[in-house]
Ligand binder design. Structure first.
Ligand SMILES: [Zn+2]
Ligand SMILES: [Zn+2]
Length: 294
């Protein structure tokens, strides 16, 4: 099974790769640029790609298990045309960097409809995905991540995600998809924690409504309560979800086939640029997920 972490990238993404491997991970998530910015004009430098790929090869990690997380500021759902346009350009550039690195996909948060019409926001997000895959030739995919449902954020339900993906033309549709974050599912009030059957039927529901299985799982426990819409990740077993629901999800063959990536809190706030050792929490969480996966 591909079990990954999102390591600190102080010193470069090649250092992030080494920290993931040191944690015992077989997959990883990285930022392709600083996630606080739009980066709509930032390309990834060839020497950076080389260092990254070399670190992947030396660590025995496959590019098929590397996911890029897009910048948080990309609000492709925004009813403000300038913001939405800049976010769409930023998303295309994320995909361009993802393709250059060789990672299998980039995931992004659809953003908030604000005071605008939610149906129009669903279309804007889908159009941004369609534009990104049309603009960047290659294999890498753009994956919509479900959200915790705070305010007017879009992408909480399978129906909303399906509506976004319907905007992508059939010829490009294989390069678009979605992934699920367990903390966001729980915070948004979608039940997978009451029983093994509930876990199975929630994945069924996403597969049925969207017409395909998720392409990644973010494994995070939740500080916030069920339905609280709070996006606060906790260590697996230390939040309101608890251990057992992760065991149920990780038993599902659709989950076993995709990268399961931890975005749980780190023990170290800062790491020296040349320190390739793993965050102790990451090491512990990878071991815990492997145990739960059986
Ligand atoms: Zn995310
Ligand atoms: Zn989150």
């Amino acid at each position: 099974m591909l079990i990954g972490v999102h390591p600190n990238d102080a010193g470069g993404i090649d250092l992030a790769v080494r920290r993931a491997a040191a944690a015992g991970a077989s997959a990883l998530q990285i930022f392709s640029a600083k996630p606080q910015f739009y980066n709509e004009k930032i390309a990834v430098r060839p020497e950076r790609v080389l260092r990254f790929r070399q670190a992947m090869a030396e660590s025995g990690l496959a590019l098929s298990g590397c996911l890029v997380h897009a910048a948080y500021v990309l609000n492709t759902a925004s009813p403000e045309p300038e913001k939405a346009e800049r976010a769409a350009l930023g998303l295309a550039k994320e995909l361009e960097r993802t393709e250059a690195l060789g990672a299998f996909a980039c995931c992004f948060h659809p953003g908030s409809a604000g005071a605008g019409d939610p149906a129009a926001a669903v279309e804007r997000v889908g159009d941004a995905v369609a534009r990104a895959v049309a603009a960047v030739p290659g294999q890498a995919r753009v994956l919509i991540e479900n959200t915790a449902g705070a305010g007017r954020t879009m992408g909480r339900t399978p129906e909303e995600i399906a509506g976004m993906l319907r905007r992508v033309p059939a010829a490009l549709r294989p390069r678009a998809g979605y992934g699920l974050d367990t903390c966001h599912l729980f915070a948004s009030g979608l039940d997978f924690t009451s029983s093994p059957a509930a876990a199975r039927s929630l994945i069924d529901r996403f597969c049925d409504v969207i017409g395909e299985a998720p392409a990644f799982l973010h494994c995070n426990d939740s500080e916030g309560a069920f339905g609280s819409n709070r996006d606060r990740h906790a260590l697996i077993g230390a939040g309101q979800i608890g251990m057992e629901p992760f065991r149920w999800l990780l038993a599902d063959e659709r989950v076993r086939a995709i990268p399961c990536i931890l975005e749980t809190p780190h023990a170290r706030e800062t790491v020296a640029d040349d320190d390739p050792t793993a965050d102790p929490n990451d090491t512990a969480m990878v071991a815990r997920l492997r145990e739960l996966a059986g």
